[in-house]
Design a protein around this ligand. Structure first.
Ligand code: 6PG
Length: 495
């Protein structure tokens, strides 16, 4: 057997799926996992695949030395291990096992982007550090993920053919293609090492918000009341149009699935406490730190946190009054309003996400290409959706686009849909159904289109109690003033 093109270190669900995907495309793969069960399981599946013609060979290494010895040079080792200190410890073990400066280590986990930046600095001269954030879960990794690559540019030349081969593909209209069809691959080099994980972090922030938007529409509909089956059918219908997305598609399927134990709608037997691994939280924290308004992403994280307060909510449900149910005059019109609210809020979420990416790219001096980012999210990843074709087009039409909501195609659509968006939010508020993400997106939109916000009063408050100064509307902004609030004869002092 010839030497392997790449090693997968960590053969859990994601590592094994990436390895099998690489074999499928004819690459020879070496694999190692500290857990012998994972190793044997992957080796068994890989052997079955390797027996088919045109597939690559799999080498089941029993230690790191064997793994390195089996690789062609420069060695390419993809790590599929949990994010955090384990990544550093595995890289240190690889160095101890004989890794060389030209060898390439790729972190494919959901690592914090600043860790990737640190690793790129720390491992300079010892190895070529590369990162590739992978989206699409197990099925994506196995049959075509979205790959957000970054790090050493010379390493990309080595990795590129493999990543482009295994990534999801789309046709020129952004429609997903089959695993072995040729098309535009959803894999791109984004910039220095932190960039890929940063973009993936924002992807996950958008993912959190998109999921929450759908959940809020479901919540309102379930109170009308519509059955889970009916809501699922409505979502399936919506999925044929501008809202077409993986997350809406799976939501439609989930809502139309019965629990095999009780035969009730499956969704009704799932406990309403959301879990999280933290990438949405990272996005919200980052938005707060850099001062970019991303309220809908933050609300999606808070909504998960409030869902976790189940016992408190159950207690409060008995103690706090609730409005009488609001019967809509026109059922179909309300569903249309919810549809428009979902679409508009979704565009607002992408506007927030891309604004965040733009701000950090500027601060980090990453030459990020928004067209490429929107394009590699069109298939393979969890947020894949029809809208990403339109977003990539919006950036092709105007590469300097300041905010997605200002793209003519979106601003025109949202002008038409905003009345329905407002009615949907009003309906939820009057019915007492929480709608934190959809309503925060509307406030974001209204904030964006407000030439004047009440921050004038806020600045005056700050100057009043803390002498924090203010700028005047009739003077250049750099001139700062303070008013002597406590004096009976108030004077303005220029600072
Ligand atoms: C993806 C997903 C993936 C993972 C999320 C789940 O793009 O494939 O984002 O990375 O499913 O991290 O996140 P939570 O457990 O925080 O919901």
């Amino acid at each position: 057997m010839s030497k392997s093109d790449i090693a997968l270190l960590g053969l859990g669900v994601m590592g094994k799926s990436l390895a099998l995907n690489l074999l499928d495309h004819g690459f020879n793969v070496a694999g190692f996992d500290i857990n012998s069960l994972n190793r044997d399981n992957a080796a068994k599946k890989a052997r079955e695949l390797s027996q088919q013609s045109g597939k690559g060979d799999f080498y089941n290494a029993s230690n790191l030395g064997e793994l390195l010895a089996n690789l062609a040079t420069p060695r390419v080792i993809a790590l599929s291990v949990p994010a955090g200190s384990i990544v550093d410890s595995v890289i240190d073990q690889l160095i101890a096992a004989g890794l060389e400066a030209q060898d390439i280590v790729i972190d494919t986990g959901n690592s914090l982007w600043t860790d990737s930046e640190r690793r790129e600095r720390n491992y300079q001269g010892k190895l070529r550090f590369f990162s590739t954030a992978v989206s699409g879960g197990e099925v994506g990794a196995r049959f075509g993920p979205s790959l957000m690559a970054s790090g050493d540019l010379s390493a990309w030349q080595v990795v590129k053919p493999m990543w482009q081969a295994i990534a999801a593909k789309v046709d020129q209209h952004g429609q997903p293609l089959g695993q072995f069809e040729s098309g535009e691959p959803c894999a791109a080099y984004l910039g220095p090492a932190g960039a890929g994980h940063y973009v993936k972090m924002v992807h996950n922030g958008i993912e959190y918000a998109d999921m929450q938007l759908i959940c809020e529409a479901y919540h309102v509909m379930s109170q009308l009341p519509l059955s889970a089956q009916q809501i699922g059918a409505t979502f399936a219908k919506w999925n044929q149009g501008v809202l077409s997305s993986y997350l809406l598609e799976i939501s439609a399927e989930i809502l139309q699935t019965s629990d095999p134990v009780t035969h009730q709608p499956f969704v009704d037997i799932v406990l309403d406490k959301a879990g999280q691994k933290g990438t949405g939280l990272w996005t919200a924290v980052n938005a707060l730190q850099v001062g970019v308004p991303a309220p809908t992403i933050a609300q999606a994280v808070f909504a998960r946190a409030q869902s976790g307060q189940k016992a408190l909510r159950v207690k409060a449900a008995d103690m706090l009054s609730k409005p009488s149910p609001l019967a809509p005059n026109d059922f179909d019109a309300l569903l249309d309003d919810l549809h428009d609210a979902l679409f508009s809020a979704k565009v607002a979420v992408y506007a927030q996400g891309f604004d965040l990416i733009k701000t950090t790219a500027h601060a980090e001096q990453w030459p990020l290409d928004f067209i490429a980012i929107a394009k590699i999210w069109r298939a393979g990843c969890i947020i894949r959706a029809q809208i990403l074709q339109d977003i990539s087009q919006a950036y092709q039409d105007d590469s300097q686009l300041e905010n997605l909501l200002l793209a003519p195609s979106f601003s025109a659509q949202i002008s038409g849909k905003a009345p329905g968006w407002r009615r949907a939010v009003a309906h939820a508020a009057l019915s007492g159904v929480p709608m934190p993400a959809i309503s925060s997106a509307l406030s974001y939109y209204d904030g964006l289109r407000s030439a004047v916000l009440p921050a004038n009063l806020l600045q005056a408050q700050r100057d009043y109690f803390g002498a924090h100064s203010y700028a005047r509307v009739d003077e250049p902004e750099h001139r700062r003033y303070h008013l002597t609030w406590s004096a009976s004869d108030k004077q303005q002092i220029e600072l």
